[in-house]
Design a protein around this ligand. Structure first.
Ligand code: NAD
Length: 442
């Protein structure tokens, strides 16, 4: 096998969760990395060793990289002599659920102009999640038009979807479970395979075409969403069977290797920056090509129903919510991140505000992000006891480990001792309170 040339230059376009994780990991290993982003303020922070968002271990790895050969800038011309260019810009959703491609089109336009000037034959890897056909029908034509060069001849273009999870982004970037490369079987594919198999020894590399690689990413995320909606549905049934416990059921079926134990944690619905938008995007895409996405439609509806069920559970315990103090514990879409994009917690807060409840919130990491959204419409707390003070109901939305340590002392200044535990992290705590948990039958 060819040895990796560490003098090779790697450009990364878009320094969000995916791009900054990749930038930091490659740079910490000693690669020549140039990370670029349109957001100058973000670049300035990163250059000073500060991550613009919280991700465990990211800053440590970033700082290690900055001591080596890492350059961070918003000047895109710096990627002109890169051998590999990874595109990691956002692909959010439009109001109708379809994919918003403007950022990736802009990035492709910029990269195309850079390709026009370069003397190298770089490979452009698209790591952003895009619907099938986007590389072939949108990105490739932009790159060829703006560069005046031919793909497969003067430059390579590969689909290389990303599977990392926030909260474990650094280890997922270092040790992915799979590498997918979609594109034509050219010398560029061979070179990419060598680069990535050196970077990730013993990790399976799946070589396929563009559209299949693009579809793999959606298959992955829509399957995970389906698994969550499935277990949530069962949790709702359990909740109405006295004594039934969804966790024992999940643990047991998860032992069956055909099922697997991950993504079987019942809760208030899936949220986050990927699952909701990717399920919607593939449903929208599917409908457009004439295939009714029946199953995914049910997955989506069931996710919405889970949000409604959580609200109903609060109302069942608290009655009319007008003017009542409700505490929300956990704002990020999962523990160990400050990402609040499509967090179910925020949707619940909005619903409770519509019902004129008074909301006080706590989160170990995400408070600052939530302040930007809700401003003075809600109250912010920096301790568990404080958020619960004078409240008639504490709702645990995110399974932060600190919430599993809640004791009667934390509850003593509540007006009414009622806990709604959407994650069942207090189920063994024996608290002096009315305790309701999603998936546990009373
Ligand atoms: P993000 O929003 O955190 O970061 C995107 C970055 O791209 C931002 O810093 C933004 O300023 C920058 N950007 C936008 N337009 C640009 C341009 N024209 N040129 C350069 N930079 C530009 O996004 P993310 O969460 O890192 O996701 C990136 C992609 O990876 C998305 O397609 C997403 O679906 C996919 N993905 C995300 C995750 C995840 O857990 N976050 C996991 C797997 C895949």
């Amino acid at each position: 096998m060819l040895k990796l040339d560490k003098n090779m230059k790697v450009g990364i376009v878009g320094l969000g969760f995916v791009g900054l994780s990749l930038t930091s990991v490659l740079a910490s290993k000693g690669y020549n990395v140039i990370g670029v982003d349109i957001d100058k303020e973000k670049c300035d922070k990163i250059r000073n060793g500060v991550s613009p968002f919280f991700e465990p271990n990211l800053e440590k790895v970033l700082r290690r990289g900055l001591k080596k050969k890492l350059i961070i800038n918003n000047d895109f011309s710096l990627i002109e002599d890169c051998d590999m260019i990874f595109v990691t810009v956002g692909t959010p959703q439009k109001p109708d659920g379809s994919i918003e491609l403007s950022m990736i089109k802009n990035a492709a336009t910029t990269i195309g102009k850079i390709l026009a000037k370069t003397k190298k034959n770089p490979i452009v890897f698209i790591k952003s999640t895009v619907t099938p056909g986007t590389l072939q029908n949108i990105i490739l034509p932009i790159l060829e038009k703006k560069s005046g060069k031919k793909v497969g001849k003067q430059f390579g273009l590969l689909s290389n979807p990303e599977f990392l999870q926030e909260s474990t982004a650094i280890s997922d970037t270092k040790y992915p479970h799979v590498v997918v490369l979609g594109g034509y079987k050219t010398k560029y594919m061979k070179k990419a395979k060598i680069f990535l198999s050196n970077l990730h020894p013993n990790v399976p590399i799946i070589e396929t075409n563009h559209q299949t690689a693009e579809m793999i990413k959606y298959a992955n995320n829509s399957f995970l969403a389906t698994k969550i909606s499935f277990i949530n549905q069962l949790a709702n049934i359990c909740q109405n069977i006295s004594g039934a416990n969804i966790d024992d059921i999940a643990k047991t079926i998860g032992i069956d290797p055909r099922i697997g134990n991950l993504f079987l944690n019942a809760g208030p619905g899936y949220g986050g920056s990927c699952l909701p938008k990717d399920v919607k995007a593939i449903m929208n895409f599917s409908s457009k090509i004439g295939v009714t996405p029946l199953l995914l439609d049910a997955v989506e509806k069931s996710n919405q129903q889970q949000i409604d069920n959580t609200i109903k559970l609060i109302e069942k315990n608290c009655g009319n919510l007008k003017g009542k103090n409700i505490s929300i514990l956990g704002l990020s879409f999962k523990p160990k991140t400050d990402d609040i994009r499509d967090s179910i917690s925020l949707i619940i807060i909005n619903e409770l505000l519509k019902k004129q409840a008074k909301i006080k919130v706590h989160d170990p990491m995400a408070i600052e992000n939530v302040k930007k959204k809700f401003k003075n419409k809600i109250t912010y707390s920096n301790s568990i006891s404080d958020v619960l003070q004078d409240s008639i109901c504490g709702v645990i939305m995110t399974a932060w480990p600190e919430y599993s340590k809640i004791t009667n002392r934390n509850l003593k200044n509540m007006k009414k001792q009622v806990i709604i535990d959407s994650r069942r992290i207090l189920k063994n705590q024996n608290l002096n309170c009315v305790y309701n948990a999603i998936g546990i039958g009373n």
